[in-house]
Design a protein around this ligand. Structure first.
Ligand code: ADP
Length: 559
């Protein structure tokens, strides 16, 4: 039975007796460093060695970094950029900067230099902490930065930084080791900005989201909960999703909250070192985009290894191919759980744990969705006419969300023109994702609105096409785009990367899809490519593929 829920405006009839302690990241740091001082750790894995730091040491390092930043003139509210891999020093910045009341601004190291410059200027970063191995990328972006006054280099040659006049360069260890390991952390209003992250610009100019202490705290509770990413004090978590991308899905703060240990892979994200890390550290949980696990699973084909120490892997950022989740489950005994979210949603918004009491194919049907909304996320689907569409598992609309860890606007510096106002409607965030919703709250994404393939006025879901093509045993990766067609407006084209040593014909692929799609939905044009172009955060880059097609650079075949 369904209940027709409705709600009035906010009211405050009688004040409660509860303490008004604000949910700040300083309190999370206190909790983690006090009660898990020796029970949990953060570690950086490299092929040479693993560098471990207990949560107790993390507290000392964070205090030293806060003192160091204060000595550089950083005050509460100032933005401090990070240009780093997932490692101990990045984790130290993650906790020290917000806990001192400043704003941790994670810069995406894989963006074009002019985008990094744009983002650092837009956020008005004063200091950037950068990894020594990234100095060339930093140099390419540094020239145009107008607000940065200090660069702090972790493990690298400070002399190699091409600092413009007025910018001082420091060595991280020298700067930090000269400081006291104690710091008077401030009590912070929970509504204050704690961290900033810019969308990776898959759709237009990067736009900034400023998370508050409160939003991160509440989001962390969902990250840890068993209905969320399920992290606890007996876990060792391997966040492969970069700390510069959507806060590594909240895993660093989730670790502080739950006392889980973190094993961080630094720059070693390729399948070979990753499988060595898995063998040596035996993490119990991981988080990454599908492309990473496609690579690892493929590597395991020729280099078998037991990875059943992984209780589960959270996967999202783009649609998780069912074939990938099935291989992990059936061959490796590892549950891959699909999550959905975006930079604007902290990012965790929904996750696909199947309901109680289902198994077999029915469970897979649930697991193949983007999941149920989390308690901090209210969701609805809205059609082109602005009408809410029913949760009947069939009707489609744009997914719109609201809640305490959903951004209410994009960041604009004072006095600047607001950006992205069209992405909000009556207090709801318009995600740009098209989906359908079942009565029991599972959302299935059909496409991003700009990726929808519209053939003869009807939609073809690129996500469904990709999923089915990737289920063919000869296919490693597949990406579907709409290409212009004089008769139908648009027709689907699927670009395919083959499994090493395998071949397949277009006719066989079409045959594989028949019965699963209507005839008119089955692509006539295909392309065999060596590699799918990826965005800075490892998603299929359809923009690049469309441009390659438009310029005639794609070898298109119909048989
Ligand atoms: P960008 O917008 O720059 O790509 P985000 O990482 O914030 O950066 O991307 C969020 C988008 O990623 C979502 O709006 C959605 O289109 C896509 N996405 C995230 N998780 C999933 C998922 N499980 N399945 C399909 N698409 C997903």
């Amino acid at each position: 039975m369904r209940y027709a829920w409705s709600m009035t405006e906010r009211i405050l009839p009688l004040t409660s007796t509860m303490q008004d302690e604000h949910l700040s990241l300083a309190t999370l740091l206190r909790h983690a460093t006090t009660w898990y001082a020796d029970a949990a750790e953060v570690a950086t894995w490299t092929p040479e060695k693993t560098t471990r730091m207990s949560f107790g040491q993390l507290g000392v390092e964070a205090a030293k970094l806060a003192n160091a930043l204060t000595s550089l003139g950083v005050t509460p509210g100032d933005r401090v950029g990070t240009f780093q891999w997932n490692n101990n020093e990045h984790m130290t910045a993650y906790v020290a900067i917000p806990a001192m009341g400043s704003v941790l601004h994670t810069l995406n190291i894989r963006l074009f230099p002019n985008q990094v410059t744009f983002i650092a200027n837009h956020a008005e970063d004063r200091v950037i902490i950068a990894d020594g191995s990234l100095i060339p990328q930093l140099n390419a972006a540094l020239g145009g930065m107008t607000t940065v006054r200090h660069i702090v280099i972790v493990d690298g040659d400070t002399g190699a930084v091409e600092a413009p006049a007025g910018v001082e360069v420091h060595d991280y260890r020298q700067l930090v080791d000269a400081q006291s390991g104690e710091y008077d952390w401030p009590e912070i209003d929970e509504r204050a900005a704690a961290a900033a992250c810019y969308t990776s610009g898959t759709t237009g100019d990067p736009k900034g989201v400023m998370y508050s202490h409160r939003s991160i705290w509440l989001h962390s509770t969902a990250v840890c909960a068993s209905y969320g990413l399920a992290m606890g004090p007996s876990d060792t978590v391997l966040p492969i999703v970069p700390m510069f991308h959507a806060m590594s899905w909240g895993t660093p703060f989730g670790a502080l909250m739950s006392g889980a240990s973190l094993i961080l892979p630094d720059r070693y994200l390729q399948p070979e070192p990753m499988t060595r890390l898995l063998a040596e550290e035996k993490p119990t949980m991981s988080a990454a985009v599908p492309a990473v696990w496609i690579g690892i699973v493929n590597h395991l084909e020729t280099h078998p290894q037991d990875i059943s120490h992984l209780r589960h892997i959270a996967c999202g950022g783009s649609a998780v191919p069912l074939s990938l989740a099935k291989t992990l489950q059936e061959k490796h005994g590892v549950q891959m759980v699909q999550a959905w979210g975006m930079t604007e949603t902290s990012p965790l918004a929904s996750i696909a744990w199947p309901p109680r009491g289902v198994d077999g194919d029915e469970a897979w049907r649930y697991r193949n969705t983007q999941g149920r909304f989390l308690p901090g996320v209210q969701g609805r689907l809205v059609d082109d006419l602005g009408q809410t569409v029913p949760a009947d598992g069939v009707s489609q609309g744009e997914v719109q969300v609201r809640g305490p860890w959903i951004t209410g606007s994009y960041y604009s510096p004072e006095g600047a023109e607001p950006v992205g106002a069209d992405k909000f409607e009556d207090g709801w965030l318009r995600t740009g994702d098209i989906g359908k919703l079942t009565e029991d709250g599972y959302v299935t994404l059909v496409d991003r609105s700009k990726d929808v393939i519209k053939s003869g006025g009807e939609w073809i879901s690129s996500v469904e096409l990709e999923n089915e093509v990737m289920a063919h045993p000869a296919v490693l990766e597949a990406v579907a785009i709409g290409v212009p067609d004089p008769k139908w407006d648009e027709r689907p084209l699927v670009a395919v990367v083959l499994q090493p040593g395998r071949t397949v014909t277009v006719a066989e692929l079409r045959e594989h899809l028949s019965g699963k799609f209507a005839k008119w939905q089955i692509p006539d044009t295909w392309s065999f490519i060596a590699e799918v172009p990826k965005t800075s955060v490892g998603k299929f880059d359809k923009k690049v593929l469309r441009a390659q097609h438009a310029d005639g650079r794609l070898d298109v075949r119909t048989d």
